[in-house]
Write a protein that binds this ligand. Structure first.
Ligand SMILES: [Zn+2]
Length: 290
């Protein structure tokens, strides 16, 4: 596939800024033969250029949803890295018990292995998002356009084959890292990038209580909560994800929070905004970010 990559407006602005920076700083140096200083500045600017790729929820390269607008006490639960044959069924039962809805950002290769879990997630009224085909954590930030396109499209194809009416419209990047080429490819595949506003670092924590405490510090109406499936079990061999979810749902229920799926985004007149009664808002519009 040698499709030409259309650049989204944020990417175009970023490239323009880069060239202005280049012209202002490098050309006079080159002309005055200060090659050492020029090389140092070139390396420094390169580092600056890649910093946004390593910052979760950074909107410099394009819009990312980190909250949704709501007048009610409501949050959006999201699960990454599934489906998981041990965690997903227990998570689904807990969500049913507390009448909560969630979005599962699934890995395409795992979805292919467990198609019945994808069907079950949808049958119980939840939604599915794209979380790449192979979850390339260490290389996603630096992947080339053809590699990104393959990761996103293979996951889209897998989910569409399993559930033809549930082709994802939402995407979450592995570990939230943003790649410079990502937004044009998201546009091509009609995907909207979703980040989060509350997380408890559940993949590295050893205590469900601590995870829920960390999440709770960021919970407010419109928060997007990041959780994971398939987390390494505790030393006793207990599954972490269902324990964290049960504690969190208990706390949300005590505080009269609903867990709902925000409305499908409708493009507003601005480049970045999505609105609705429970509509999305992007990081550039949100006051709280992580
Ligand atoms: Zn992930």
């Amino acid at each position: 596939m040698n499709k030409r990559l259309p650049l989204s407006p944020p990417s175009r602005h970023w490239i323009l800024l880069y060239w202005i920076f280049f012209a202002l700083f490098f050309l006079p140096l080159i002309l005055s033969h200060q090659i050492g200083l020029c090389l140092g500045l070139f390396i420094f600017s390169g580092v600056l250029f890649f910093i946004p790729t390593l910052l979760p929820n950074d909107s410099l390269f394009g819009p990312i949803i980190t909250r949704f607008s709501t007048k009610e006490k409501a949050v959006w639960l999201t699960f990454d890295d599934g489906p998981d044959p041990q965690d997903t069924p227990r998570i689904l039962d807990l969500l049913d018990y507390y009448q909560a809805k969630a979005t599962f950002f699934v890995i395409g290769a795992k979805a292919k292995e467990h198609p019945h879990l994808i069907q079950e997630i949808l049958r119980r009224g939840h939604s599915i998002g794209n979380h790449t085909h192979s979850h390339p954590v260490s290389t996603f930030w630096i992947a080339l356009p053809h590699q990104l396109r393959r990761e996103l499209s293979l996951c889209q194809q897998t989910i569409t084959q399993i559930a033809p009416l549930a082709t994802p419209t939402l995407f979450r990047a592995p570990v939230g890292m943003i790649n410079f080429f990502l937004h044009p490819i998201l546009s091509e595949q009609k995907l909207t990038l979703v980040g989060w506003s509350a997380r408890g670092f559940d993949t590295v924590a050893d205590s469900p209580k601590k995870v829920v405490q960390r999440i709770w510090e960021k919970v407010s109406p419109g928060a997007i909560i990041l959780l994971h499936e398939g987390i390494t079990p505790t030393q006793n061999g207990e599954r972490m994800a269902p324990q964290i979810l049960e504690r969190l749902l208990q706390k949300l229920s005590q505080e009269h929070y609903q867990c709902l799926l925000p409305n499908k985004p409708k493009k507003s007149s601005s480049n970045h905004g999505y609105h609705g009664s429970h509509g999305f808002s992007t990081s550039s519009e949100s006051s709280e970010n992580e």
